[in-house]
Write a protein that binds this ligand. Structure first.
Ligand SMILES: C[S@@+](CC[C@H](N)C(=O)[O-])C[C@H]1O[C@@H](n2cnc3c(N)ncnc32)[C@H](O)[C@@H]1O
Length: 233
């Protein structure tokens, strides 16, 4: 996904890490983010975790060559399960599917409850992830979009709180992105519109009776997306 070293996407994730916090980078892979966070002086301790040995070995090599082995601890294991409650205040979970991010959060309720902030960068299924956060006592503190190598990435920052959003279109686009009229919002809306137009095309060619009903739902969804786009212009 990323070229060698820190990039715009990882720098954006780093910008949501509050100085001085103890951080866990879940699915660290190369450990570029932990290395940047410590080298820049933003934090002094990171627990870099990965479920797979191979990426963790790469992370170890990078951490050792950066001379930060005493500040970046590497742990092998699944999601937040490698942490004890209270060990870190902030977790970054980036570069994996939204469903995987949700499963990671769901699987470790005690560790999750001890966290102050989540910095998430899901690769898809953003609506489901936002819905899960809101249903489980988290609020959407901030959101941003990053365009890198012609790919659009969504970053969601979440903290504990009470927020209710039921509108599926707002949940898919991102309430904070809409509020701040993010400059890359037109790109996101184009992407979503393209996706649903394709769905519509598939449904219009179907002879199944349930396709007609779905077709109307998708048409309405596209109309709502256009409404959001209009508001953000
Ligand atoms: C595409 S890389 C993303 C690396 C880095 N977080 C980034 O954003 O550039 C995804 C990494 O997550 C790891 N991973 C996938 N599922 C995981 C899980 N349940 N717990 C911990 N790590 C996981 C993979 O082994 C892989 O190294």
């Amino acid at each position: 996904m990323s070229k060698q070293g820190i990039n715009k996407r990882l720098l954006t994730l780093a910008s949501f890490v509050e100085p001085g916090k103890v951080v866990a980078d879940i699915g660290t892979d190369h450990a570029y983010l932990p290395i940047y966070l410590v080298q820049s002086g933003k934090v002094s301790r990171v627990i870099a975790c990965d479920i797979n040995e191979k990426p963790l070995r790469v992370a170890e090599k990078n951490v050792i060559s950066s001379g930060l082995a005493s500040k970046i601890e590497l742990r092998l294991g699944n999601g937040l399960q490698v942490l004890r409650p209270g060990e870190v205040q902030l977790a970054v979970i980036a570069g994996m599917g939204g469903g995987t991010v949700r499963q990671i959060l769901e699987a470790s309720p005690k560790v999750l409850a001890s966290l102050e902030r989540l910095v998430l960068q899901p690769m898809g299924d953003e609506a489901d992830l936002r819905r899960w956060l809101l249903d489980n006592g988290w609020q959407l503190t901030d959101e941003t979009l990053v365009l890198e190598d012609e790919r659009l990435y969504t970053v969601i920052v979440s903290e504990k709180g009470n927020e209710r959003i039921y509108d599926p279109v707002i949940l898919e686009v991102g309430p904070r992105l809409i509020e701040k009229k993010h400059p890359l919002l037109p790109d996101l809306l184009n992407k979503l519109t393209g996706k649903y137009r394709q769905v519509l095309q598939g449904l219009s060619q179907s002879t199944k009776p349930e396709a007609r009903c779905k077709l109307e739902t998708v048409k309405e969804y596209l109309r709502r997306l256009e409404e959001v786009a209009e508001k953000c212009r």
